[in-house]
Design a protein around this ligand. Structure first.
Ligand SMILES: CC(=O)SCCNC(=O)CCNC(=O)[C@H](O)C(C)(C)COP(=O)(O)OP(=O)(O)OC[C@H]1O[C@@H](n2cnc3c(N)ncnc32)[C@H](O)[C@@H]1OP(=O)(O)O
Length: 397
């Protein structure tokens, strides 16, 4: 690759970067009105451009916080907007962008970077691994009878899109975040509402009210062709507890002129089918990777989460951020760098996969992604990383 320079973009270059990114996804430029709505997602200083004589590639991030097992929130970079001009791909432009971005994250004290990937082959080489998985489900409304014992839930209130734009950030902020979830900042919401406003059809938001006030919400649109019954597409759904979960589903199932309800990008352990007398009223259509995690500061990230069982010495290799390479003694009593012989050896992408509990380390041992001496070590690793919940991000960016 000859003479490609990567640098932070000036604010007046954001729109060109947005146009480049959209073109990489085969979309035309944003209209002036669309740009006005989404320009706020560009955080000054956090958008990069790669240049030869032109802007040929871009990647950006926004600051947020990531919740890790045990509940600690880590400084996180939400990476998105990655694209390279079609006539400049496969000559190292993304590699230059990723190296620049990760180095800058490390210098700035970011502990973890997270992204959603368009393709599975792109990001592993930069140390990202699949941290969480998600499923898409269809609920067949006729068959979806709620079991006795499902919580009643509270009242729901219908909001216009304008009201939702004002109120949803506060409702989300009241919801306890599980491991893998992130804060939604004022940089995230404009993208969401720009998407909703561009959406064809009537986007509906409902807020659920529990005993202590708003504790959940759902955003949906019903697509109805010529027939009487349409398909409800649930675009966003979050809740604080089992009562709000059940209350929101009671409402969604009560909406008239709906035959099927599709919910996308849900956590794998969300017990939706368990609400119904016929669990097959909820059909899982696909399971796919959700968030990709990259531990930027391995020692800080390891220190931040809770661990179980006996300490284990991990030998971590990081080909991009070489300060991370080394041995760490990891256990419930703490984390320290060590010279002791390792129990297991792994690259930073594999560490990122098991970090939040989305994969059992023994599965990565079986796949040759973690080198461990024997099955006893693999079992110790499984115990070490045990988590109560399957990690789930639930916030697309
Ligand atoms: C978080 C997000 O924003 S996800 C959105 C990602 N963007 C897109 O999918 C838009 C369309 N695609 C693109 O713009 C580009 O193809 C990108 C950004 C995916 C890759 O950019 P490039 O500049 O071509 O990547 P670069 O040349 O640095 O590739 C590095 C390596 O990854 C490989 N690679 C990169 N992208 C791909 C891909 N899509 N498929 C297969 N291999 C790939 C390259 O072959 C290369 O491998 P090598 O070192 O063994 O030769």
């Amino acid at each position: 690759m000859n003479d490609v320079v990567v640098r932070a973009l000036r604010d007046d270059e954001f729109r060109a970067a947005h146009t480049l990114f959209r073109a990489a996804l085969h979309a035309g430029p944003a209209t002036d009105e669309q740009w006005e709505r989404v320009r706020g997602v560009y955080q000054p200083g956090r958008a990069l451009g790669a240049f030869d004589e032109h802007l040929i590639g871009t990647a950006r991030s926004t600051d947020a916080e990531l919740v890790v097992p045990g509940g600690t929130r880590l400084p996180m970079a939400a990476v998105t907007g990655v694209g390279v001009r079609a006539d400049r791909t496969r000559r190292g432009v993304l590699t230059a962008l990723m190296r620049h971005q990760l180095t800058e994250f490390a210098e700035r004290g970011v502990t973890a970077a997270v992204l959603y990937a368009t393709e599975g082959v792109i990001y592993g080489r930069f140390g990202y691994g699949i941290a969480s998985r998600m499923r898409d489900c269809t609920v067949y409304r006729e068959r979806a009878r709620l079991r006795p014992g499902v919580p009643e839930g509270g009242e729901v209130e219908l909001l216009t899109v304008d009201e939702a734009e004002r109120r949803l950030p506060d409702v989300y902020a009241r919801i306890p975040l599980r491991p893998g979830m992130m804060t939604r900042t004022e940089r995230w919401w404009p993208g969401m509402f720009s998407h909703l406003r561009q959406s064809e059809g009537n986007v509906v938001t409902v807020v659920h009210h529990g005993t202590d006030g708003p504790d959940g919400f759902a955003v949906y649109r019903v697509d109805r062709d010529s027939g009487m019954s349409g398909t409800m597409n649930v675009i966003d759904l979050h809740y604080a507890d089992a009562s709000a979960f059940a209350g929101l589903w009671r409402f969604l199932l009560s909406v008239d002129l709906v035959g099927e309800i599709t919910v996308r990008n849900r956590g794998l352990d969300e017990p939706l089918e368990l609400l119904f007398t016929d669990p097959r009223a909820c059909e899982t259509r696909t399971v796919a990777d959700e968030s990709w995690l990259r531990l930027v500061d391995v020692e800080a990230a390891l220190t931040a989460r809770t661990w179980h069982g006996e300490p284990v010495v991990l030998e971590v290799t990081d080909p991009v951020l070489e300060n991370n390479t080394g041995r760490y003694r990891v256990g419930p009593d703490g984390v320290e760098r060590t010279d002791s012989a390792p129990d297991a050896c792994l690259d930073v992408d594999a560490l990122s996969m098991v970090y939040a509990g989305g994969w059992r380390p023994s599965a990565l041992v079986a796949a040759g992604r973690i080198g461990a001496a024997d099955t006893v070590t693999a079992e110790r690793l499984d115990e070490l990383t045990r988590t109560r919940y399957a990690p789930w991000c639930g916030t697309f960016f």
